[in-house]
Design a protein around this ligand. Sequence first.
Ligand code: MF3
Ligand code: CO
Length: 249
Amino acid sequence: MPIVLKSPQEIALMREAGRAVAEVLAILAWEIRPGLVLRKLDDIVRREFAKRKVVPTFLAYQGYPARVCVSVNDEVVHAIPDSRVLREGDIVSIDLGATHNGFVGDAAITVGAGRTSPEAERLLRVTEEALWEGIRAAWAGARLGQVSAAIQAHVEGNGFSVVREYVGHGIGRSMHEEPQVPNFGLPDQGLVLKKGMVLAIEPMVTAGDWRTRRDSDNWTVRTVDGSLAAHFEHTIAITGGEPQVLTLP
Ligand code: MF3
Ligand code: CO
């Protein structure tokens, strides 16, 4: 499918979907503590999305059985909120998508449960910073590779690794549109960004090796070496000026 450019009116609608995602992510983050049963997060999304009259994009997507992905410690992405219970020091990646007015918003954050190790704190900080470095590079006329390279440089400059097997994506009426948005690459590569492109930029970062494997549930993605992973994501629009972040409250 070719890249779909959005009008300012469509981008305004996408911000409504994005706002719901951001508000509910903040509610979920507030619930993270030792002792939390992960399934509770899915219940909260059901309730809060119904209130806001938005639809959970992930539920039944390629058979995914929940409304939110909740990935703990060495789990990178796509883990299912089930009967697992959080423990002190866990780090928890929460990835959420909402559909509203026919448009999708997609965002993710990673937060600690109780007191976390200094190394885990640094992983979260560097991953969130890498997301913002990528966003900062996303101007019309720049190459997509500048976004990718900015993310990779910040991550690797801090001694962490960028996951290769999963990438960000264009987004709009579908959660996944062209182009793919890698978190690694060279600044002179990739397409030239244009006003009206909407991208989900989502660095997935590990404290050790970048290689991942999928569990037998066919969803949970975790690091092969057991190292911690973090994930931050925003949906952003390329404009005539600075990038607009659509997944803000
Ligand atoms: N937010 C994820 C992404 O960008 C999608 C979750 S996959 C699902 O690719 F199956 F859980 F929906
Ligand atoms: Co995404």
